[in-house]
Unconditional design. Structure first.
Length: 268
């Protein structure tokens, strides 16, 4: 049922109820019903039927909105799968080209490095593809993914996730999930860390904040001009979320990646 039908029913039903009752009362019920009693009956009848109609209409609208949200979530996940597939294809193509060049030159050590890079890239991509968010709340999905990542990497994760239900749209959740995946992929591949932390909070007024930390060797070049692929992807996702991203060396050793919404309130 479309919104246009609801639009017409909203003003047609009360008109039909009141007009129909008044027509029947004046033509057939005046000898048996006083004007005062008729006014009481039409008021009660209108109230009862309007309640039934409103209950049915809002229940139907709720179901329609739930289907729309579900479809948005599915579309966001499919788009993310396509993006990851493109990244996987491009990354492997570049590494294979490099591997082919080094093999022709007889540089076996460089070739081994290229094979290792391909292996790591494929493993991370497959892990991310298997772990795309589909069911449950955002914090539940993140907790599950972080537990799997910790088991895979051997790096401890301490998480503090405070996300209000419905705060992010499905598309925004996919982007946030991708940022967190990339941040922890960098920790696993480059940081040599033993511990990592993630903090995620949401607030209706001030917006949301994410902080990912590790106690590793620290990023070599945290400036915004760095061309590292993983950091560039995080910055691009942050831009799509209208969020600010700040990458710094951790005073106690390691790296801090902090993102925060720039507009405040919900991310739509």
């Amino acid at each position: 049922m479309s919104y246009r039908i609801f639009y017409w029913l909203t003003f047609l039903i009360p008109t039909i109820i009141i007009g129909g009752f008044e027509f029947i009362r004046h033509d057939f019920l005046l000898p048996y019903m006083s004007m005062e009693a008729g006014n009481v009956y039409i008021t009660l009848l209108t109230l009862f039927l309007s309640f039934l109609f409103a209950t049915w209409m809002f229940h139907t609208l709720k179901q329609m909105n739930a289907r729309i949200v579900e479809e948005q979530a599915r579309r966001a996940v499919y788009e993310e799968r396509e993006r990851l597939a493109r990244e996987l294809h491009d990354g492997i193509a570049q590494s294979l080209f490099f591997l082919n060049v080094k093999l022709k030159q007889g540089h076996l050590d460089d070739a081994r490095v290229a094979v290792s890079a391909i292996d790591n890239h494929v493993r991370q991509a497959i892990f991310n593809l298997r772990s795309l968010p589909e069911e449950g709340s955002l914090d539940q999905r993140l907790e599950k993914w972080l537990a799997q990542w910790s088991a895979l990497s051997g790096i401890d994760v301490i998480s503090e996730l405070h996300v209000k239900d419905g705060f992010f749209t499905p598309t925004a959740e996919v982007q946030l999930f991708g940022i967190i995946q990339e941040a922890f992929a960098n920790i696993r591949k480059h940081s040599q860390a033993k511990h990592s932390w993630i903090h995620l909070t949401t607030d209706e007024t001030t917006g949301w904040v994410i902080a990912v930390e590790d106690d590793g060797i620290g990023i070599s070049n945290p400036s915004p001009d760095t061309k590292k692929y993983g950091l560039s992807m995080m910055r691009e996702r942050a831009r799509q979320l209208n969020a600010a991203i700040d990458i710094q060396l951790r005073p106690a050793g390691g790296t801090i990646i902090r993102l925060s919404s720039q507009s405040g309130g919900k991310t739509l």
